[in-house]
Ligand binder design. Structure first.
Ligand code: ADP
Length: 390
């Protein structure tokens, strides 16, 4: 019998899952997705090498809730992968609040605490929590663990966690949380392997959501995604930094109401808002439209500002890491940033950069520069195994 952990990333209309066999090292058994849950649910599952194992289509106009989707996915795994027994579920949960500095087993009280954090982060948290509730209903005996995106930043220095607002507001949860922590946890472990002497590291997780993190000795000391994942770097459709006084102006002028403002900054801003073409970096880089070029320049400019600030926070820099879709694949974004950071004694190896090599700086470069593919799914499986002692 193979014991497996199922890793779940539950969203509003779709969810991703992956099975990991437990043992000395965790090995992917399968991964899949249920999408279109509100209007046209579809299931697909592939083997670890990407071969499609099965699909299922509920039909146009049908709906499927999280419980139905997860029941289908987990049952499929146990019925179709010979000898497989699911022994735990590990969930991505974006917000762990002040309580969780690491992954945690979920009981009813924890679940209600996590539910209460949706007011801070309403874009992902409600759906992450829905995934946990769905498993509790469909498989009540299955132990569940949450990996939090905030945990990696839990022990940032006090100044980094703080906004200079009244005590009343600070006591109400107004503070710098930071996200993408599951990815940064994975990256910090990989940096220990490839560059064990690097103490002062900046990592840039550049995907549809984008952020940077300053790490000292493998721990987060600063990060760009601030309160609910909107600000810091510009993202596919999220604005990045917009000063608070601008928001008052927009509201006072009646340009948008509160709901419209939230939608505008989360969904119509960032690379999409600037270019008016696309929020997808590859599409922008393939375009000769001046607005696309300006949007990419703005992205690199924002990273340059934060890299300078974070080098100051760290008291210097030993290594820089690029990860996620843009970080792992866009040689030109990496080259543009490294060019801006040459004052930090970064020297790029253009050939290594062009082939997305692991180390893309020259051997002489005082700061080493790395391309490390992130693996949040594996990190959640490892967190789950360690919490449950599997
Ligand atoms: P998500 O945050 O949705 O998981 P990813 O980490 O997959 O996203 O990153 C998606 C981003 O990576 C998109 O902007 C996409 O255009 C970009 N990307 C992927 N491949 C390339 C490439 N070869 N060149 C430039 N950008 C790329």
């Amino acid at each position: 019998m193979t014991q497996a952990i199922v890793v779940i990333n539950s969203g509003s209309t779709s969810l991703k899952f992956a099975g990991y066999a437990t043992g000395q090292t965790l090995a992917v058994v399968c991964r899949g997705e249920v999408e279109g849950m509100l209007d046209h649910p579809r299931f697909s599952v592939s083997s670890s090498d990407g071969k499609v194992l099965a699909t299922h289509d509920w039909g146009q106009g049908q709906t499927l809730d999280h419980k139905g989707a997860l029941h289908f996915a987990l049952s499929w795994m146990e019925q179709n992968i010979a000898g497989l027994k699911i022994v735990a579920a590990g969930h991505r949960v974006v917000q762990g609040g002040t309580r969780f500095a690491g992954p945690a087993r979920i009981d009813a009280e924890t679940l209600s605490y996590l539910d209460g954090l949706t007011v801070i982060e309403p874009s992902h948290q409600p759906y992450n929590v829905q995934g946990v509730k769905a498993i509790a209903l469909a498989f009540p005996a299955l132990p569940q663990v949450a990996s939090f995106d905030t945990s990696f930043h839990h022990n940032m220095p006090e100044a980094a966690k703080t906004y200079a607002v009244s005590k009343t507001l600070r006591d109400a949860g107004v503070r710098h949380w930071g996200y993408h922590g599951i990815s940064y946890d994975y990256i910090s472990r990989q940096v220990k392997k490839v560059a064990p002497a690097a103490r002062r590291v900046i990592a840039a997780h550049l995907g549809g959501g984008a952020s940077m993190c300053a790490m000292l000795d493998g721990r987060s000391v600063e990060t760009t995604m601030a309160f609910a994942g909107l600000t810091g770097l510009p993202m596919a459709t999220r604005s990045g930094d917009v000063p608070a006084d601008v928001l008052f102006y927009i509201l006072r002028r009646g340009l948008l109401d509160v709901a419209g403002l939230e939608k505008s900054l989360y969904h119509d801003a960032g690379l999409l808002g600037l270019s008016e073409l696309s929020g997808d970096m590859r599409e922008l880089q393939d375009s000769k439209d001046p607005r696309a070029i300006a949007a990419v320049d703005y992205f690199v400019y924002s990273m340059t500002k934060y890299a300078g600030a974070y080098a100051a926070v760290l008291g210097g820099l030993d290594a820089f890491v690029f990860t996620a879709g843009i970080g792992e694949n866009s040689a030109s974004v990496r080259a543009a940033l490294c060019e801006k950071l040459s004052w930090l004694a970064i020297t790029l190896d253009p050939a290594a950069n062009a082939r997305n090599a692991e180390r893309i700086s020259t051997p002489e470069s005082r700061v080493s520069v790395w391309v490390i593919p992130t693996n949040e799914e594996l990190m959640i499986a490892e967190h789950t195994a360690s919490v449950l002692g599997l």
